[in-house]
Design a protein around this ligand. Structure first.
Ligand SMILES: C[S@@+](CC[C@H](N)C(=O)[O-])C[C@H]1O[C@@H](n2cnc3c(N)ncnc32)[C@H](O)[C@@H]1O
Length: 302
């Protein structure tokens, strides 16, 4: 399959991939809606904004997926009313299921980021996690986000891949691929051989859903051009990300049920420990551009 470049083709591949991924998405990415998920999301919001004010009365999330950000922020009391949108009907269904399971009321709708079915100045906070890099026309999307925010309202994005961070992450990814046979032998995990049709299609589509990796200045420029002020871009996760990618590549070469629980616990706790090291030592000292994830915060002027 050739990489799609026309906006509609990019949207289409995103819908197909995320519809296929929706059912297993939380398990694949270790998404949690308990205290640890809330702490993760609050940590990202605090980094992006400097401090968490709130509670925010009406919040809109775009590319909300299964609800990682909004559902955790509602439970933490940071958001009072959540409207969650996503281009993938499968993701919106999964989000509704998660919200119901947690006893939360959410307005969840299928919507494209640059055509939001909401009135002007409807929200106090507009947010997203790991979504901007999928959008074919960022300028149009930011114009729409500006339109639906109230004057003085806040815009927050986290989890956007940085261009340098993405390049640097190739090192652990490639090393892990080389080491995978040794790793499987060491932990006793059988090599992956069950290539179901859906799985193969999902892997093929996954290669085409990301259309941007950003320099911090790219995000700053697109936000300012749409009319936002108080724009700031931060970087997060370096060591944690290398560790996470290496483990994800290793694990993808084995049958999932054959990976020992002790390994999964080590990978999870190791990731959290390195996240703390990144936040405590590296993030305040190194330039945003070299981290794997970028965070953007901005305000719509009053
Ligand atoms: C990497 S997932 C992140 C999901 C969720 N925010 C999270 O952090 O778990 C990206 C999400 O963006 C959605 N998406 C992709 N393109 C979109 C578009 N043009 N408009 C709205 N949502 C889009 C996908 O369907 C997917 O659910």
């Amino acid at each position: 399959m050739a990489a799609p470049s026309a906006p509609d083709a990019i949207r289409d591949v995103n819908v197909r991939y995320h519809d296929l991924a929706a059912d297993t998405y939380d398990a694949k990415w270790g998404i949690d809606y308990g205290p640890s998920g809330q702490a993760q999301v609050l940590g990202k919001l605090r980094k992006a904004l400097g401090a968490i004010a709130g509670p925010y009365h009406r919040a809109l999330e775009i590319g909300a997926g299964t609800g990682y950000f909004s559902l955790n922020l509602m439970q933490a009391g940071v958001i009072e009313e959540a409207t969650c949108t996503d281009i993938s009907p499968g993701m919106v269904e999964a989000l509704r299921g998660n919200a119901a399971g947690l006893g939360l009321e959410v307005d969840a709708r299928v919507a494209e980021a640059q055509e939001l079915p909401f009135a002007d100045r409807a929200f106090d906070l507009v947010l997203g996690h790991a979504v901007l890099h999928h959008l074919p026309d960022l300028a149009a999307a930011f114009g729409e986000l500006h339109r639906v925010l109230k004057p003085g309202g806040l815009l927050v994005f986290a989890g956007e891949p940085s261009r340098w961070g993405d390049l640097l992450a190739e090192v652990p990814k490639r090393s892990a691929l080389l080491l995978a046979p040794l790793w499987r032998r060491a932990v006793g995990a059988p090599a992956l051989n069950g290539h179901g049709v859906a799985h193969a299609e999902e892997n093929e589509l996954e290669r085409h859903v990301d259309v941007h990796a950003f320099a911090p200045g790219d995000l700053e420029r697109v936000a300012r051009a749409a009319g936002f002020d108080q724009v700031r871009v931060r970087g997060e996760e370096l060591l944690a990300n290398w560790f996470g990618w290496a483990n994800r590549v290793l694990e993808a070469t084995a049958e999932p049920e054959g990976i020992p629980m002790a390994w999964r616990r080590y990978a999870y706790h190791g990731y959290l420990a390195l996240q703390r090291a990144d936040a405590g030592v590296l993030e305040g000292r190194l330039p945003a551009a070299i981290f794997y994830n970028l965070l953007l915060a901005a305000r719509k002027p009053r």
